[in-house]
Design a protein around this ligand. Structure first.
Ligand SMILES: [Zn+2]
Length: 150
């Protein structure tokens, strides 16, 4: 059952506390916040003989494992021209993630850390000539230029 995210902070009871027999009895305060909930839960059948457990829906067994999570996440490809290139079995996952973080500006460079509120001096630890930014580290640092074509 998909509970609307707006209600998550109001969910203070365990599911077992609102199950009566084979159905769910919703607290009136929750129904007042989301009048559609009774309809959403009307077709939910509770099997009292089965123990409640967490289920990883993408896996037919319902069991979450690192292998299952990786398989699921790597199968959900982004609709980009380069997504199929970086999320590829021939590339180590750590390198794919590094590239993804680079593209989306999510690397922990000094400028990103400063944006997050960390106050610190910034300089490139390779050349010590400029601040540590993605642009500098990968494109304009004299050491990066040595790695590039040319
Ligand atoms: Zn540099």
């Amino acid at each position: 059952m998909q509970v609307p995210p707006i209600l998550h902070h109001n969910l203070k009871a365990m599911l077992q506390e609102i199950i009566e027999g084979n159905s769910i009895t919703l607290p009136p305060s929750l129904v007042q916040l989301c009048p559609a909930l009774p309809q959403l839960t009307a077709n939910v059948f509770i099997n009292p003989l089965k123990e409640d457990m967490k289920v990883w829906e993408p896996e037919s067994s319902g069991q979450l494992s690192v292998k299952a999570a990786y398989g699921h996440l790597s199968s959900v490809r982004q609709a980009t021209a380069w997504g199929g290139i970086i999320w590829n079995y021939a590339i180590l996952p750590s390198k794919s993630i590094l590239f993804w973080r680079l593209v989306f500006g999510k690397l922990s460079t000094d400028d990103n850390l400063q944006l997050g509120g960390l106050h610190m001096p910034s300089y490139c630890s390779l050349c010590t000539r400029d601040g540590e930014t993605l642009q500098h580290l990968f494109f304009s640092c004299r050491y990066a230029e040595m790695c590039g074509p040319g």
